[in-house]
Structures are given as C-alpha cells and as structure tokens.
Write a protein that binds this ligand. Structure first.
Ligand code: FAD
Length: 501
C-alpha cells in the first residue's frame, strides 16, 4: 500500500511539475489566480479589508455574478467584542479568529483572497495598488501589485488615535488587534513573574525595590469607553480569581486604574448605566479616575491634568493600555486627499476622520468607489454592529440593483441605508454586565420615531445577556464551540498563566 501511495504521489508531482511553466507565466502577468477571466465578462469587485464590514458585504453579495477579490493585510476575521478577554486568558486568541480563506470558502462561489495592504488608488483608471507581505524566508521586501476594478469597496477600518499626546505611541499598548491583546497578555504574565522574583529577593519595606514592585504591578487603562471598561473588568477578574491563587505574595499589591478624560465612564450609555459601571468596577477593586486627561507618558510615568482645576499629577505604572479612541488610517486619509473636493473639507480636529459617503455608501467625488464601517463617515457610531449592517445592506444592493449590468444600475432608486440600533452591552467585572437595549417592539411597521424604547438591565442578568448575545453573534460554529469551551475550562480550572515565550 505504501509503495502504491508513493508511486501515485510521484506521478502527481511529476504532472504538477509539467504544469508549472504556464503557472509561472500567469504569476508574472499578475498574480496568477487573480488574473481576470475575460470570457465570463464578470465585473470585478475589489474589497479592501477582512473585518466586520468587508466580510458581511462579501457574504451578502451574489458572488456568482461578480469576480470578487478580497485584499487585506490580515488574513483572518476576528471577533472584536471578546478581544479584551484574550489579554487575560479568559478566551484563547484562536477562539475568536477564523481564517478569511475559510470564511470565503463557505460561499457559493468563493472569492479570491490576497494578503496585502492597499497603498493607493488610481481613480481615473480604476486600479488599486497593493503591497504584499515580505518573503518570510529571506525578509525580501514586498512586491507591489495592481488590481483593476469595476467597483472598489473600502472597508479598512480605523486605527487607534493617540491624539498626538507625547509618549503614548512609544510606551502604551493598544487594544485594537489580536496581536495587541497577546502582547498585553505576555506583559501581564511576565510582569507578575518579575515582580514576584523582586519581592522574594527583598524583605518588606526595603525602599527602592518595594517601589519597583509596586510600579510594576500598577496596570493602567486609559479610556472609559466600552473597550477600556471591559479590559479593566477583565483585569480585576484575573487578579481576583487567578492571580490571588498563584501569586499570593503579590496579588494584593496589584493596582488597576482606569483613567477617563470626561466625567463618566461608558459615556454613550444612559447616565444610570455609567454610574452603575463605575461602582461595579470600584467594587471589583479598580480605581476609576474620571475628569483626568493624559498629557504625556514616559517609560514609567503618566502625567495627568485634571479637567476641573487643571492641576497636574503623575502616576507611576508598569503596564499601560491605551483605549482612548480611533482615527482614520493613513490610507483613508490618502484616498480623501487624492479625491479632493468635498473629501478634504471633512477635517475634524484630528484631520480627515473618514471618507464621506452618501446614504448608499458611494464615496463622494469618486466613481464606483464605496466605503463602509469605521473608515466611512456614515453618521453611525464606529461599531461592529453598524459595520456589519452596512456590509449587509451594500451586499444586497449590489445583488439586487443590477450593478452587474454596468453603470450605476438601480442604485439611485434603492432605499437608503437605515441603521437599526439594537443597543449596547458591556461587561463590568465580577460576573456583572450592563445592557442598554433598544427594543424594536414595532418591527418593520414602526411609525417614525417609535420603537426605540430603551430597556436597561444591570448585574448578573445583563452578564447573562452579554454572554449569550456575544456568543450568538459569532460568525462561525467553530469559534462558538471554542469560546464556550474556554469559558467552561476557565470556570473549572482557572485561566492559563504559563509563559512559554
Ligand atoms: P475592521 O473590523 O477594523 O476591519 C478593517 C480591516 O481592514 C482589517 O481586516 C484590516 O486588516 C484591513 N485593512 C487595514 N488597512 C488596510 C489596507 N491598507 N488595505 C486593505 N485592508 C486593510 N463594536 C460593537 O458593535 N460591539 C462591541 O462589543 C465592540 N467591541 C470592540 C472591542 C474592541 C477591543 C475593539 C477594538 C472594537 C470593538 N468594537 C465593537 C468596534 C468594532 O470592532 C469596529 O467598529 C469594527 O471592527 C469596524 O469594522 P470595519 O469593518 O469597519 O473595520
């Protein structure tokens, strides 16, 4: 049997080798698999991004009618709402990630995927230039490739904004990508071992070393929005449930501080929820400093300015995580500048905040270019909920409006996008949550202005809703099973605290 398999394998490779010269020729012409099939005359849709907006768009599109190419430097989709839990080991990173090739492979006519950064768009010739990853073996620089398009869908998201505050980019960790969360997890665990070793080498009250242990064990989160609040909550749980068990000598010296520039945390939720969330975090053992702006950061120190009396103070810290807001990516800014006109007038305090679009996500001033999600100025808050709905809407618009026939199809006649706000949820620690839900009681028949009745739920019930809703919104069964397994293992055996790096 082994001999038979060996012979079959050799024959296969011999045949494959015979095919090689053609394939190489294709590759030279323009990335082999991505060269167009001229006979089919399908319109090409190039989608930039592999996040909420891009994936939901591609899933709703009738892929059999278009030649779809998805381009993103990130080869996987990840479930952002559970990212904070990765930093503390509540869930594994692989439980919230799913390869784009897998997602695309589930579709009736799987689109092509190219791992690359889009770097510029030639609007006149309808072509997008992308840079592919470096050669992993030699580190040779990436190559640029150009894809022509009939329609370009820009869903590149946003990046963390440091608001130009000195030292933030150099010293703070971000909480935006899976890699950020993993870096924070490594820092947390390494700091625990470092502080533990330091404390063991020194009797209590020994000046400098004591101070160094306390500094190392001071974890500061900046930004009182949902990401900052949930990360603070996760850190408190981690300390109270696991670190206390494994690092008994130092766990009570860990300080967790949440710093927020305005007067309340979860400022976009109803006021009652903000107060509840702050109290819950304090109850879980965090310090919550509101009305404090970060004005500068050094390797060991954060400088704060009080909003009220403008007094300044310093916080010594061991780990700082920045969850202070988002801004347009340089690529989005470049597109806005290249389009010019109305796009460059869209200057907020920090410059271009996104691409201006109409109610059907057409980018103003650019033909056959669409933008959605966090990189578009659509009037929606930058949330997964909005990006997902926008992608769904645009996919259906492409499917139903006859765009494939060329030109603008029936886009002008199509109903504009309407965001359906289902509300917001956040985890606030110690198995408590907050839910500010909009109950669309009237369904599709809601008269104007009705059907937005708020329902506020707090505590353990909200935690139950938070877990079940986040679980049900995950995009793959595999991830759902993994997350439930992580939650179960965590509650039975605690979080993983090994440091294998
Ligand atoms: P993204 O999901 O950010 O995707 C952008 C994609 O574009 C990425 O794949 C990126 O790699 C790719 N890209 C970047 N540059 C280029 C380029 N030059 N060329 C090609 N591709 C490029 N929202 C909620 O509604 N509920 C929540 O609970 C929630 N929790 C969150 C928790 C965290 C920690 C974070 C960071 C965000 C959270 N959000 C939440 C917000 C939500 O994740 C974003 O609003 C959402 O991801 C926006 O979707 P998007 O498709 O616009 O962008």
């Amino acid at each position: 049997r082994a001999l038979g398999l060996g012979l079959a394998g050799s024959a296969f490779f011999a045949l494959a080798r015979d095919e090689l010269p053609d394939k190489i020729y294709d590759v030279k012409k323009g990335l082999g698999l991505l060269t167009r099939n001229e006979e089919e005359k399908k319109q090409r849709v190039v989608v930039l991004g592999s996040g909420w907006g891009a994936l939901s768009f591609v899933q709703r599109l009738d892929q059999t009618k278009f030649d779809v190419v998805v381009v993103s430097p990130r080869s996987f989709f990840f479930y952002t709402p559970l990212l904070a839990g990765v930093a503390t080991g509540t869930v594994n990173f692989s439980s919230i990630t799913e390869s784009m090739r897998w997602h695309l492979g589930q579709l009736s006519s799987p689109p092509s995927f190219l791992q690359a950064h889009a770097t510029s768009v030639d609007f006149a010739n309808q072509a997008v230039t992308c840079s592919t990853p470096r050669d992993p073996a030699t580190g040779a620089p990436s190559v640029a490739t150009t894809l022509d398009y009939d329609h370009l869908v820009v869903a590149v998201g946003a990046e963390p904004s440091t608001f130009g505050i000195p030292g933030v980019a150099e010293h703070a960790h971000m909480m935006k990508e899976v890699s950020d969360s993993l870096t924070v997890q490594q820092r947390l665990l390494s700091s625990l071992e470092y502080a533990s070793a330091l404390a063991a080498s020194n009797g209590p009250g020994e000046g400098e070393v004591e101070r160094e242990v306390n500094r190392t064990l001071h974890w500061v989160v900046v930004g009182g929005g949902p990401t900052g609040v949930e990360l603070t909550a996760e850190l408190c749980d981690f300390r109270n449930e696991d670190i206390a068990k494994y690092f008994p000598g130092i766990s009570d010296r860990i300080r967790i501080t949440l710093v927020e520039g305005t007067s309340k945390v979860l400022g976009t939720f109803s006021p009652h929820i903000s107060t509840y969330a702050k109290d819950a975090l304090v109850g879980a053992g965090a310090e919550v400093m509101t009305d404090q702006f970060v004005t500068g950061v050094t390797e060991r120190k954060i400088t704060l300015k009080a909003a009220k009396d403008k007094s300044t103070s310093n916080l010594e810290y061991g780990i700082m995580v920045w969850a202070g807001g988002i801004a347009a990516r340089p690529f989005t800014k470049k597109l806005a500048a290249d389009i010019g006109g109305e796009q460059v007038l869209n200057l907020g305090r920090g410059g271009v905040r996104g691409l201006k679009v109409d109610s059907k996500f057409r980018v103003l001033g650019a033909r056959n270019v669409w933008a959605l999600g966090d990189c578009a100025l659509s009037g929606c808050a930058p949330t997964a909920q909005a990006a997902y709905q926008q992608g769904k809407y645009l996919g259906r618009l492409f499917r139903d409006s006859g765009l494939r026939g060329g030109g603008e199809g029936g886009v002008d006649e199509a109903e504009p996008f309407e965001f359906m706000n289902y509300g917001s949820l956040a985890y606030v620690g110690s198995s408590k949550g907050v839910a500010d839900l909009k109950m669309h009681l009237w369904g599709d028949d809601a008269p104007a202005g009705r059907g937005q009745d708020n329902t506020i739920i707090e505590g353990t019930a909200a935690f139950g809703i938070w877990r079940s809703l986040y679980f049900s919104k995950m995009l793959s069964l595999r991830n759902r099973l993994q997350v439930v397994t992580d939650w179960t293992i965590g509650s039975l055996f605690g979080r993983e605290i090994s440091t294998p790096w």
